[in-house]
Design a protein around this ligand. Structure first.
Ligand code: ADP
Length: 350
């Protein structure tokens, strides 16, 4: 642990232990990189320490005061599970590549892109799964028409596993199978974090080449738990042309690029890039502006790996439980290109 950081962290008390967080044993790591950026990992004794959020803000504030120029990332990890019984091997360790699909804001088509990209990868012959971790709007069950699926538990060698839905050749597990849309948001968040933890470690995935993780928009606790509990091979950022340079997208990219996180950003997919009416197939109307993603991508040193126009069948496919890349050749063509780039980029990265 960096000594200077340790001195600062010793000033922060944990109300329950009555001691500072260093002596309480809650600081797992505190480092300052060559670029001045600070990374602190906290691991509390309880699975859901009620003071975790408050202490995280205190650490951020203390670092911002001591190092106004530096960026600070604080990761709060789950308490190490008590070895009640034989440790169950995590079920994501055999998956070829795990790719996070992220966006700055909701409504830009992140879930639609995830579903169609999964189909395009499947069309290339890969075994594909989706982990829908979007606790605020888990839409994958609807996109694949399996809202009524109730996951069953299966016992193998004394370990409990949760069985994903199998649909259109894709294995699908969603937080939406466990929380009801009517659950109050606050309650939903708390339950979802715990449920997601289980889904990550206990889903009985078959042999997968690619697992796509549909993240909630923005940056938050779910992102941190996915980043710290799953070995991500890369992240894909989805945005509409006019939303791409907004602060939320930039923050998302910075999160993945942070030295302690270090997940390669494979590229930006620009969604709703233009609209072409059926009767004028050569015309493109740039409803949300033109070239937004290309410009941002060049600036940020990220590849633009796909541009998906507004197509009615994409929306209809999502509503009818059949992603359009599986049925409309026009849509498939766009997603095939994007999937190809995801494969190439992720193969180069790891
Ligand atoms: P997010 O996951 O970012 O919140 P969704 O994937 O739910 O966004 O998409 C929001 C809405 O936009 C959905 O109704 C979806 O069907 C529609 N949509 C997304 N992409 C397109 C597209 N390229 N063409 C037409 N409709 C789209």
């Amino acid at each position: 642990m960096n000594e200077q950081l340790e001195i600062i962290l010793r000033r922060i008390m944990h109300p329950e232990t009555g001691e500072n967080i260093v002596d309480s044993g809650f600081v797992e790591r505190a480092e300052q990189g060559a670029d001045g950026d600070i990374a602190v990992t906290l691991r509390f004794a309880k699975a859901r320490d009620p003071f975790a959020a408050k202490i995280r803000s205190q650490v951020e504030a203390a670092m911002a005061e001591a190092f106004p120029e530096a960026k600070t990332m604080v990761i709060v990890k789950e308490a190490a599970p008590k070895p009640r019984r034989r440790e169950q091997p995590t079920t994501t360790s055999d998956i070829g590549r795990i790719i996070a699909i992220a966006s700055g804001k909701g409504g830009v088509g992140k879930s639609t892109v995830t579903a169609n990209l999964a189909i395009a990868l499947r069309n290339m012959g890969y075994n594909v799964g989706i982990l829908d971790a979007d606790i605020y709007g888990p839409s994958q069950p609807k996109m694949f028409g399996v809202e009524d699926y109730t996951p069953e538990a299966e016992k193998i060698d004394g370990n409990e596993y949760i069985v994903p839905a199998q649909v259109m050749g894709i294995e699908l597990m969603s937080i939406g199978f466990f929380i009801r849309p009517t659950d109050a948001l606050m309650w939903r968040g708390a339950m979802a974090v715990n449920a997601l933890h289980q889904l990550i470690h206990q889903t009985r995935w078959g042999k997968l080449d690619y697992l796509l993780v549909d993240l909630p928009p923005g940056t938050g606790d779910i992102h941190l738990s996915i980043i710290s509990e799953v070995k991500l091979s890369g992240a894909v950022i989805v945005s509409t042309p006019q939303q791409v340079a907004v602060a939320d997208v930039v923050r998302g990219v910075e999160m993945f690029r942070h030295p302690q996180v270090n997940v390669p950003v494979l590229g930006v997919v620009e969604n709703m890039s233009w609209f072409t009416p059926e009767e004028l197939p050569d015309n493109r109307y740039y409803i949300f502006g033109r070239g937004g993603a290309a410009q941002y991508a060049a600036q940020a040193g990220i590849d633009l790996i796909g541009q998906i126009p507004i197509i009615q069948s994409i929306m209809e496919g999502s509503d009818n439980g059949r992603p359009a890349a599986g049925i409309d050749p026009r849509v498939e063509e766009h997603y095939a290109l994007t999937a190809q780039r995801v494969v190439e980029k992720s193969e180069n990265e790891c």
